[in-house]
Ligand binder design. Structure first.
Ligand code: EPS
Length: 390
């Protein structure tokens, strides 16, 4: 399965095409729309989300609610487009009063992108580099989430910190999988701990007043996985690198850790590795999950847990210094309408990225033509694992 997205932030629409989806998978527009709404939500979001109510239109690959095995086209319209028809027109001359973007924001793709493509208007770059594109990713990932749900796998996320406000967890590798997704969804900062959520909102309020922006960290958890997804034999099979690459593909992600992550490098081996036990009904289990569900580039069957760090959004209402690309003189960076903090939204995007990789790993191991065959193959595999454990 793979996806490709197209569309500018202020163009008519975002489009995603997903191909390689098995036939016979039940798809619900409502679930994809719910994910799109979750991506739009969050304390600290900017004015654009008041304009948009992202909903998906499926234009191919699905018939009577089930996938056909052919490429699926998903369209999310930009409701802001009527305000941009002249400035973002596909054809014709630029309007006489067009304001080019010539004061690149430090931290955004503006400068390097404009240098790379040889443009004198950073808008040519920022329209695509904008995190608006992640709405199309979430729609595409909705297909992967449906597939995983069918196979009993759930992917969810929660926010651990925003700026200096942090939720303290005693042993997150054990507690993370037990959070109730509903408790996370009702929090506008996606944090299941109320005191920490209050502190996060206060951080965002303070940042807004100062014309600042804030990043943070969040965890993405997948539970219900079979062991043995991915592979140990070649670099491109390893689930660690594949999930890592997918998470790093999200704009603003600066760090990804699996399980204990960097902390594992500071501890002796006996405090890090997860002891193996044999449970008469569950088979091979682990006493802990410091590995975060990955060993040797494969899923262990324990919850897969990744922690991601997002940098603060580059658009600052109290701007940093830059160089004006027309005058080559020092200037203040552009102030676009933007978010103060988009960490909760980013966590939803990351769920989708992880889901997409995991769905692919299932298809590789269990077939990819139709859901009935895949389910049968998984049942046979689970049966074999039970026999080994006996
Ligand atoms: C976003 C839409 C954008 C920004 C934001 C994310 O809309 P607009 O530019 O019209 O306000 O709000 O984009 C960025 C943070 C960025 O760096 O480009 C969205 O839908 O997520």
């Amino acid at each position: 399965m793979r996806y490709m997205t197209a569309g500018e932030s202020h163009g008519p629409q975002l489009t995603a095409i997903v191909d390689g989806v098995p036939a016979g998978l039940q798809i619900s527009e409502e679930s994809i729309n719910a994910d799109l709404a979750r991506r739009q939500a969050g304390y600290g979001r900017g004015g654009r989300q008041k304009i948009e109510t992202d909903t998906v239109r499926i234009a191919s690959g699905v018939r009577f609610g089930r996938t056909l095995g052919s490429p699926i086209t998903l369209i999310v319209e930009n409701h802001d487009w009527p305000n941009w028809t002249e400035r973002m027109a596909a054809f014709g001359e630029p309007p006489a009063d067009l304001k080019r973007e010539v004061t690149p924001r430090p931290g955004h793709a503006d400068l390097v992108g404009a240098l790379k493509i040889g443009s004198d208007d950073c808008r040519d770059v920022l329209e695509r580099a904008s995190a608006r594109e992640t709405a199309a990713r979430v729609a595409a990932a909705g297909i992967a989430r449906e597939l995983l749900a069918d196979l009993g796998v759930e992917v969810f996320s929660y926010v651990v910190s925003i700026g200096a406000a942090k939720m303290h967890e005693k042993d997150p590798m054990l507690s993370a999988p037990d959070y109730k997704p509903l408790e996370i969804e009702i929090s506008d900062v996606r944090c299941p701990n109320e005191a920490a959520a209050d502190a996060m909102r206060a951080e965002i309020d303070k940042a807004r007043e100062l014309g600042e922006s804030l990043g943070g960290t969040f965890r993405v958890v997948a539970r219900g996985l079979v062991p043995g997804l991915g592979g140990y034999a070649t670099a491109d099979e390893r689930l660690t690198s594949r999930v890592g690459a997918a998470l790093f593909s999200i704009p603003a992600i600066k760090g990804v850790e699996f399980g204990l992550g960097f902390e594992a490098s500071r501890l002796p081996g006996s405090h890090v590795h997860d002891e193996i036990k044999l449970d008469p009904s569950a088979g091979f289990v682990r006493a802990s999950n410091n590995a975060g569900g990955l060993e040797g580039g494969m899923s262990t069957g324990m919850p897969l847990i990744a922690t991601c760090a997002m940098k603060p959004i580059p658009t600052l209402m109290t701007p940093l210094q830059t160089i004006d690309l027309d005058t080559l003189e020092p200037a203040e960076a552009s102030k676009e309408r933007s978010d103060v903090c988009a960490v909760p939204a980013c966590a939803v995007v990351a769920e989708g990225e992880m889901a997409f990789v995991l769905a692919n790993a299932y298809l590789e191991k269990f077939g990819h033509d139709n859901m009935a065959d895949i389910r049968e193959n998984i049942a046979a595999y689970k049966q074999r694992l039970k026999t080994v454990a006996r």
